[in-house]
Design a protein around this ligand. Structure first.
Ligand code: IMP
Length: 438
């Protein structure tokens, strides 16, 4: 049975940090399951509830809702140490986290201590050519997944004797590889790592499950599922600005493989777009404003990484790139985040296309983003702060025009408009998502 009409997938259409945590939080109210299908602790999803601020990296953003079962799918790079930090912090604040509301796929990859080491050693060696990763060991973990013989899956944490053997064997391979490639790497203590991960397995045991089977059962009984994307489409391993990308498929195309569900389960796709653009780490960024405008966006948008604290690079909205990402994921509508950050500019620019060697580009191609020249449409700005606006009609004329221009350039409706960090600071506009329509 196809439950396309009841499921929702939320994906970022830029370079991550589009404010997915808040939208997932809003949409998960009507859902039974919230599922992560890609990435790992490199993600940073922030949800504000009243005065409380929750920064989640690995635990799905549905954890703050009582009746939601949160699922970490097989496509995730799962770091047990980070998971426990998050679970303990949530519990201390009175949020229930138990086997009843958090399920972890036995087939998810485990981020081992040598993955973080390799990430840092490799980046250090690359110098100027580094990717600018979050240093969470994500790339090396997925590299081991593809290599197969040096990978550990979450289900393997449940067999202490076999895990001890495997950790010893892999640690030996890693120690020899690091020694050959890098100067003076830290020694790897295989016995200590084995004990630590056996203990992780013991504590996580009740939450480890065949999550694909769980979700396929939910699909058969038409229970609503929300798939929560991590990162953003321009960081996708296949379709992003390779090699300056993350190491997993992060568009809606990654949902079936990363969650163990059929493509028809993806449902309605909501594409998250920040009203401007930000990027952390290296790689091309055609609309970047490495100037006073960029600094203003950074200050007003508090553009410092949730995971690493790094200042984010900032620039104008790139509608040409976003349209490509929306087409790729089949986004039916856009959630436009952080519109309030744009107050106070005389005029605003939106990139509508690229020129290469004096010619307009017809098809978007992430591989040549570093060489293009942007074509901009300039629209008037507005001075008023809009954080308190409850409806589209409350917005200043110029802000409404900005939203209309975005809809026209992206060729799909803007369903939700974010006008502040609080749960309530969301204007319901042209959404077709069940439970949100006014
Ligand atoms: P990695 O995923 O840590 O390997 O980092 C690869 C690239 O993706 C770097 O440019 C990171 O800054 C970026 N990145 C990874 N996760 C996120 C995210 O959740 N938001 C924004 N950028 C991210």
């Amino acid at each position: 049975m196809n439950n396309a009409s009841v499921n929702v997938t939320v994906v970022g259409l830029q370079w991550g940090d589009e404010g997915k945590g808040k939208v997932v939080d809003a949409l998960s109210r009507g859902c039974r399951y919230v599922v992560r299908f890609c990435g790992g602790a490199n993600a940073g999803h922030t949800v504000r509830v009243g005065e409380e601020r929750y920064a989640l990296h690995l635990i799905p953003s549905g954890i703050l809702h009582e009746n939601v079962v949160n699922v970490i799918g097989n496509g995730v790079a799962f770091d047990p140490a980070v998971a426990w930090q998050e679970i303990d912090a949530l519990r201390q604040r009175g949020v229930k986290v138990a086997a009843g509301n958090l399920r972890i796929s036995a087939a998810a990859q485990v981020v081992m201590p040598w993955h973080g080491m390799e990430d840092r050693l490799s980046e250090g060696r690359l110098g100027d050519r580094k990717i600018g990763t979050t240093a969470r060991g994500i790339g090396p973990c997925y590299a081991d997944k593809a290599r197969r013989t040096t990978a550990v899956r979450v289900g393997e944490l449940l067999d202490p004797a076999a895990l001890r053997e495997k950790v010893r064997r892999i640690a030996d391979v890693k120690a020899r590889t690091f020694e050959a490639l890098y100067e003076g790497p830290d020694p790897i203590d295989a016995e200590a790592i084995a004990e630590e991960f056996i203990e992780h397995g013991r504590r996580l045991g009740p939450m480890i499950a065949n999550t694909g089977a769980l979700l396929r059962r939910a699909i058969a009984s038409r229970e609503p599922i929300l798939f929560e994307g991590g990162q953003g489409s321009m960081l996708d391993i296949d379709h992003g600005t390779y090699p300056f990308v993350t190491s997993s498929p992060v568009t809606a195309c990654g949902v079936p493989a990363g969650a163990g569900v059929p493509p028809s389960a993806v449902g309605q796709v909501v594409g998250l777009v920040k009203a401007y653009t930000s990027r952390v780490g290296a790689g091309p960024f055609p609309t970047e404003q490495d100037n006073e405008t960029g600094q203003r966006l950074r200050d007003r948008g508090h553009e410092y990484g949730t995971t690493t604290g790094r200042p984010r690079r900032c620039g104008w909205l790139d509608a040409f790139a976003v349209r490509y990402a929306a087409d790729l994921s089949g986004a039916g509508e856009i959630a436009l985040a952080l519109l309030d950050v744009l107050s106070g500019f005389d005029e605003l620019k939106i990139c509508t296309g690229y020129r290469l060697a004096g010619r307009d580009m017809e098809d978007f191609d992430p591989q040549i983003m570093g060489e293009v020249e942007c074509v901009y449409e300039t629209v008037p700005g507005w001075d008023e702060e809009i954080a308190g606006s409850a409806s589209f009609d409350d917005l200043p004329d110029a802000a409404r025009r900005y939203v209309d221009t975005v809809e026209a350039l992206l060729g799909r409706p803007v369903g939700l408009i974010g006008v502040g960090p609080d749960r309530e600071a969301t204007i319901v506009h042209h959404t077709g998502v069940r439970g949100l329509r006014a």
